[in-house]
Design a protein around this ligand. Structure first.
Ligand code: GN1
Ligand code: MG
Length: 368
């Protein structure tokens, strides 16, 4: 089904007059649709969710409803003290009153409200931007803190579970096609050796969780720089989008994921691998924003795993890209062959710069 044909199935005024691709997601397809009737115009987000990756769409929508209800209540209760209007995407039902439309082949379509007057940035714009991303993530963590993890189901089983990613990697290495690729591609072989030498760092957070040093809470799952909405007029953060992976997880995963994406201005598909690196000034600004919010939280844990989180999430994403390359690009969409290997190399290069700056990074995260 095409986005422009499905758009009119949702409960929006008038007709969809324009539907165009929107954003830069690696998995789902996102569109911006403009609806008009004789007097009104309303934009909306239309998305196709890949069933192969999110096996149970009903769980995503369940989680989204639970989150939405909590955010509405909490944001309204605290509105008088807030220094901005916090926003988040909400479900738009179909004309038949359903949360989504399932295609016969399994993929699903859903519509969400569009947040006006704000935009996301795939790469960091300034120190002020880094500060705002930190503040938005901290505000999200503080706002969802009262939610019991049992209220949410796992929309994406295995997500951010490093031991599972490691097992997938080992399984792919057994495949003859992967072995052939490693033989002819020295860069793939180097990447493989890089991650094999860092298995301990990759598993640091899951080990800490297993030992009871970390606690599960509701986490966003994908708070990369490109998922933070920034107000066009004030430059201040208005909230997080891409809420499909909000489920029980570790706040440290979110912190590490945001830091690795935001503090590497070269991004995940850099022009040159040599441009990749973690910038300490950006990290400091991000932490300054994050701290303001989390310092007001109840449960902050006694031990601080934020360095391990930044390194671990960078290694994890690199491993996921590498595994997908060796498996034939089944998970992350690619625009050209070899792109997932290149993305893995970029994350591994970033990991090297994180390791080199370990002392400075530990000093910065100690203040959280
Ligand atoms: C994927 O689809 P997108 O771009 O929102 C991935 C994240 C990665 C990210 C890297 C569900 O997110 O975990 O960090 O790519 N999402 C899922 O850009 O796997
Ligand atoms: Mg995402």
């Amino acid at each position: 089904m095409r986005a422009d044909l499905i758009a009119s199935e949702f409960s929006l005024p008038g007709q969809p007059v324009a539907v165009r691709p929107f954003g830069a997601g690696n998995i789902n397809d996102t569109y911006l649709a403009i609806f008009r009737d004789g007097r009104n115009e309303q934009p909306a987000i239309i998305q196709k969710i890949r069933r192969k990756i999110f096996p149970e769409p009903a769980i995503i929508m369940h989680n989204l409803r639970e989150l939405s209800e909590h955010l509405q209540k909490s944001l309204s209760a605290n509105a008088a003290q807030a220094d901005r209007a916090w926003k988040f995407p909400e479900i738009i039902k179909t004309k038949k009153g359903a949360d989504f439309i399932a295609e016969p082949e399994g993929d699903i379509w859903r519509a969400l409200t569009f947040i006006p007057g704000a935009q996301t940035y795939e790469s960091v714009q300034s120190l002020a931007h880094a500060f705002e991303v930190g503040l938005v993530l901290g505000h999200f963590h503080r706002t969802v803190e009262p939610l019991p993890t049992t209220q949410f189901k796992l929309a994406l089983p295995g997500f951010h579970q490093a031991p599972q990613y490691w097992a997938n990697f080992e399984a792919v290495l057994q495949q003859p096609s992967a072995q052939a690729m490693l033989k002819i591609l020295p860069s793939a072989q180097i990447a493989k050796e890089f991650i094999v030498a860092r298995k301990g760092s990759l598993l640091a957070l899951s080990d800490a969780l297993a030992k009871g040093k970390l606690k599960l809470s509701i986490s966003h799952g994908d708070p990369k720089a490109g998922n933070v909405m920034i107000d066009n007029e004030t430059g201040r953060g208005v909230g997080l989008i891409d809420l499909d992976t909000v489920q029980p997880g570790l706040r440290e995963h979110d912190f590490g994921d945001a830091a690795r994406s935001l503090c590497n201005p070269a991004g995940e598909d850099p022009a040159n691998l040599g441009d990749v690196g973690l910038d300490l000034e950006l990290l400091k600004a991000f932490i300054d924003g994050y701290k303001i919010e989390v310092s007001q939280m109840q449960n902050r844990g006694s031990e601080n795993f934020y360095y391990e989180a930044i390194l671990g999430m960078t290694l994890e994403l690199g491993l996921r890209f590498l595994t997908d390359h060796l498996a034939g690009d089944r998970y992350f969409k690619v625009r050209k062959p070899g792109q997932n290997l290149y993305r893995a190399q970029a994350q591994f290069r970033l990991a090297e710069t994180i390791e080199k700056q370990e002392k400075e990074i530990r000093e910065l995260v100690r203040t959280i």
